[in-house]
Ligand binder design. Structure first.
Ligand code: 3HC
Length: 659
């Protein structure tokens, strides 16, 4: 098969009378201008050759087509636009079949939808993740997908942005066939279709469905899209596909796509997309190979340890859990099995995989079993003496090449490392609870951590499906340092006149799932109180200190679990408590503060600025490598709304908008 080059990324060769067009635009075959130009030339070429009966489009490498080229967003448009290319494919007189070798996402899925047939390889996946970028599909996805798979399934896929694997795509009717040799199957489909009337997706009727079922599907996806514009627009367009003709539907879709592409929400989510790809990249690790990890030891199988164990088991590791007594080990085993069972019940894990995980799990009081571990993670009580003694003990048990990781939240991991004979093998792995669900892991690069130990910790976190962010040693690491600044500023505002419920309302309207005082009450106030008491002697006496939280704790108001905290929960709902209001007023009076009003905008602006300022300090101290890492930590660990881009990005945008 001799190849014809249609553009720098698109080539074609004739096989068995079919022009096989390959898109080769690494790393993900995004639809850059030269891909679009190449595809049009390839169709022209096939049309001009009488011996060619049809066309197969496929992708080189692991991806079919990863979507529009996001790097082109915001630049001057280059002809032809993707909708024109797609229209060319759908209206082509000779059959065009997609042979989908890997991920077909966004515009990639839209190319496949416009073809007259679709054959999926077993590694293919399909999705319209546009809403995750703050946009809607812009090349026919909202109009063609419901015609092919029905309105309800299309609302689910486009409104949530979730991707489906080949088998689900087949059962949905998104593809016509699933074949190990997808290319061969696509070639024969072209021959079957040649000379027959072609099934053009855009010409199909959207299957009729009960309006109540459509509304239920819409409600389901939109309930998870708090404060975002794109999912609601996507659902509106999908619903419209059943009511308006293709031309009108496509025009509305394109106009919406272009409008949203230039929105703040889209800019923020693009920032998050690229931030995630940058996270965990460390220049000094260039060329350093991670060590091999097969068995993971976890000391402490409480809530955190059990969550880490589940994350490791489901990623395919063998896990040895350690407890102090056999009874505690049995409890730990039950806790881990319980989380796995829950994952099966919620459909996140297949029952067979749960059984495989359990076969890879041992929980014991015999610490000697850690001799088999390549990596040991401690998840015991956050106390320096407890942890240093444990690490000294581990030093004598584990292999010399085993890595020791601490999951401390507030202690200094350099001090823990210094207690061992080999501080170079110690690293911090700060998971967030529940560790089997939360994506964020702060990977702490301690003073003595060896480069290959850091590289291994990063590779391990990625294998768990987590988002690792590298962080230097500082009290509370990136997240808790920023959170402390956020908390401090919120308390300053309370002392100055804002009510906790006003601050929470402003934050919730901004997009946080919960305001900060509600978060406090959920988490419990006593741990932070104990820390404040410990720090009382070393605190800068001249620095502003708000005592209200201390007064609440002294009154036994530890949050939700005691029925009272910043709010009162005696009715089952959070309610403003006059007792707290009186306590706040007394605190203001004691400092002669004349209370003033705050607008929601001012509340949000001050909190963003406080977080951004602390972020700047973390960068200056070399604790965080880049500001986008700080944004990711707050989005993935602390509920900061992703569609605002994270605190540093948002503070910058907010400043620009108001200057
Ligand atoms: N455009 C430009 N660059 C892209 C890209 C895209 N659509 N998708 C990925 N990249 C880049 C990444 O930034 C990264 O670059 P880097 O190496 O310089 O950091 C590189 O490709 C590799 O990406 P990943 O690390 O994510 O690679 P994986 O193999 O883990 O994942 C993927 C591959 C599943 C394709 C994943 O990259 C992905 O989900 N990409 C985004 C898909 C997407 O959102 N598509 C929709 C685009 S919008 C659209 O199509 C609009 C249309 O309707 C008109």
């Amino acid at each position: 098969m001799s190849a014809t080059r249609f553009s720098e990324s698109v080539t074609g060769g004739i096989r068995n009378g079919v022009l096989v067009v390959t898109i080769d635009n690494p790393p993900v075959n995004a639809i850059s201008a030269h891909v679009r130009q190449g595809l049009v030339k390839a169709l022209d070429h096939a049309a001009a050759l009488a011996m060619v009966v049809g066309v197969v489009i496929t992708g080189a490498g692991r991806t079919f087509v990863g979507g529009a080229d996001i790097k082109e967003f915001g630049k001057l448009p280059v002809e032809p636009a993707l909708p024109e290319v797609i229209e060319r494919i759908e209206s082509n007189s000779k059959p065009v079949v997609a042979a989908i070798n890997g991920a077909a996402l966004g515009g990639g899925c839209e190319i496949a939808l416009a073809c007259h047939g679709r054959i999926s390889g077993d590694k293919a996946s399909f999705g319209m993740p546009e809403v995750k970028l703050g946009i809607v599909p812009g090349a026919g996805g909202t109009q063609r997908l419901p015609r092919l798979i029905g309105t309800i399934a299309a609302i689910d896929l486009i409104g949530s942005g979730r991707a489906v694997k080949a088998t689900e795509a087949l059962s949905l009717g998104l593809v016509d066939g699933l074949a190990k040799d997808h290319l061969d199957a696509a070639l024969s489909l072209v021959h079957d279709l040649a000379g027959e009337p072609l099934r053009r997706t855009g010409m199909l009727e959207v299957p009729a469905v009960e309006p109540v079922a459509v509304e239920a599907a819409a409600r389901k996806v939109l309930s998870k899209a708090r404060g975002q514009a794109a999912p609601a627009e996507a659902v509106r367009l999908v619903k419209a596909a059943a009511k308006v003709d293709l031309k009108q539907g496509l025009a509305d879709e394109r106009a919406t796509f272009l409008r949203l592409r230039d929105s703040e929400e889209a800019a923020a989510l693009r920032h998050v997309f690229f931030a995630e790809r940058q996270a965990g990249k460390v220049d000094k690790l260039e060329g350093i190979a991670p060590r091999k990890i097969e068995t993971v030891g976890i000391v402490g199988t409480g809530l955190m340890g059990a969550g880490i164990a589940v994350a490791a088991l489901t990623a395919g590791y063998r896990v040895v859990g350690i407890e102090q007594t056999e009874a505690a080990a049995a409890n730990g085993h039950a806790r881990i099995a319980g989380i796995l069972d829950k994952s099966v019940q919620s459909g996140r894990l297949a029952a067979t995989l749960r059984d495989e995980c359990l076969a890879q799990l041992v929980v014991t009081a015999n610490a000697g079993e850690l001799a088999a571990a390549d990596l040991v993670i401690e998840a015991v009580f956050d106390d320096l003496t407890v942890k240093t003694e444990l690490f000294q003990r581990l030093d004598r048990i584990v292999r010399p090449d085993a890595i020791l990781a601490t999951n401390t939240s507030y202690l200094n991991p350099d001090e823990i490392a210094a207690a061992t004979a080999h501080p170079e093998r110690v690293v911090g792995l700060h998971f967030f609870s529940p560790a089997n669900i939360m994506r964020l892991v702060e990977v702490v690069d301690c003073k003595a951590t060896a480069p290959d130990v850091l590289a291994t910790a990063l590779a391990f976190a990625r294998k768990l499906g987590k988002l690792p962010v590298v962080c230097g040693v500082t009290e509370g690491f990136i997240g808790n340092r920023i959170f402390s600044a956020y908390r401090r500023e919120a308390e300053f505002m309370v002392e100055d006149g804002a009510a906790p419920h006003e601050i929470d309302a402003a934050l919730e309207a901004y997009g946080f799932p919960m305001g900060i005082f509600t978060v406090y009450d959920m988490a419990g106030l006593e741990i932070a109180w104990a820390r404040r008491k410990r720090q009382a002697t070393t605190r800068d006496a001249k620095a502003r200190y708000v005592e209200i939280a201390d007064r609440l704790c002294e009154a036994g108001r530890f949050g939700r679990k005691t029925g009272r905290g910043w709010y009162d929960y005696s009715s089952g709902e959070r309610a403003v408590d006059p007792e707290v209001t009186a306590l706040i007023e007394a605190a203001r009076a004691a400092k002669n503060i004349v209370s003033r009003d705050f607008t929601s905008d001012e509340i949000v602006a001050r909190l963003l600025q406080a977080m951004a300022d602390e972020g700047a300090a973390l960068l200056a101290e070399g604790i965080a490598a880049r500001s986008s890492d700080i944004d990711l930590v707050m989005i993935n660990g602390y509920g900061f709304p992703a569609h605002k881009g994270g605190p540093v990005f948002a503070a910058e945008t907010h400043k620009e908008a108001t200057s």
